[in-house]
Design a protein around this ligand. Sequence first.
Ligand code: AMP
Ligand code: ZN
Length: 445
Amino acid sequence: MKNSPDLTPNDVYWEPALETLPEEELKALQLERLKEVINRAASSPFYQKVFKEYKVDPAKIRSLDDLRRIPFTTKEDLRQWYPYGFLTVPKEKLVRMHSSSGTTGKPTVVFYTRRDLDSWANLVARCMYMTGVRPGDVFQNMMGYGLFTGGLGFHYGAEKIGCLVIPAGPGNTKRQLFLMREFETTVVHIIPSYALYVAEVCKAEGIDPKKEFKLRIAFIGAEPHAEGIRQRIEDFFGIDAFNSYGLSEVNGPGVAFECPYKQGMHLWEDAYIVEIIDPETLEPVPEGEEGELVLTTLTREGMPILRYRTRDLTRIVPGKCPCGRTHKRIARITGRTDDMLIIKGVNIYPIQIERVLMDLPEVGSNYLIEVHKKETGDKLSIKVEVKNDFFYEDMRYLEKLRKKIGRKVREEILVTPKVELVEPNSLPRTEGKAKRVIIKENVNY
Ligand code: AMP
Ligand code: ZN
């Protein structure tokens, strides 16, 4: 909900005072919580070892800058100290476990105390309320329930606000559409690649969501996606779609979220300290420059994590947000440090290719990048779904389109890919995070 003079702070903000806390007060609150969390972390087997090794004395942490005396925590550390090495409470105090999606190897597990679940649900509620969700909204949660944090994380946030929650989970698209129509769903939470697929199904079934549904808002996240994908979702469903960022290691969703101004995602600084570092030198980058996001949890009880290297690439959006929230904003995630492809010596992130594709009206909702590993140098090819309206044009037209896509991609990534146009809805889809890149070893290119 955008600010306007006839609204009270409670109309706009879930926690007016906290969300608009002046910068100095926010820093003071962070420092107080940082001291607490470092003290607490000191009792976990992992940080006990780290603090000893790096001679960190929690009593000597006196300013936010002192955080830099503590080394980074990495996914490898979580794996090595799996499963209980980060706990600061006895196991009996834990009430929930989740795990990461494991897209990059063995999954990592996270544990929550009752207090952790409460504060997590509150953060998610804060995010949802910020976009205009209110008691009485019907919230269809199309994210995986289970070990993945996206399902249950939003479920409890929405209940806290007072929405009617439909725990639909992902998949079974026709049933999703039935639920939307039957129960007049107003808000959905959905993986962006799946939202595009739902749009395809609507088209095939002759459903016009703008006329037949009551949808207002979508939360899209859990995977990198270009602005063009948001645009397509908003245009087709006639809704506002908000980017939602989180990761299981530091809770799950509710870490950073777009406000109605959609100029970056507010990262809740009363719950996290944000740093952006150069992933090579590990030094902080100048404010506004892109680097790897590093997060310190300030309120987690059972499993605090300090200076966690998320591997996600973003930057701080400079300036103040017109919504009045003082918490810093991060820009759309452009990829993960481990997503980077190196082709002919050029560093490429899949989202650069996605950006180009999604800006082309002829391109359908799915694509697949293939990297062909060869001794003579890796090669890149892209399979691109073409929209129904264009796919059945004559061959000359398709050949021109194929060349155009190759040229546009080359302009962006400086490498010429082999482009193959494929039928609408012919590429494999997942119900969870999309798999955009396939690496092929020594095959014919
Ligand atoms: P998981 O711990 O399995 O929930 O995965 C978290 C990871 O998903 C993050 O570290 C990001 O790489 C990715 N992710 C989550 N939300 C977003 C988003 N809004 N945009 C881009 N990537 C995201
Ligand atoms: Zn804002």
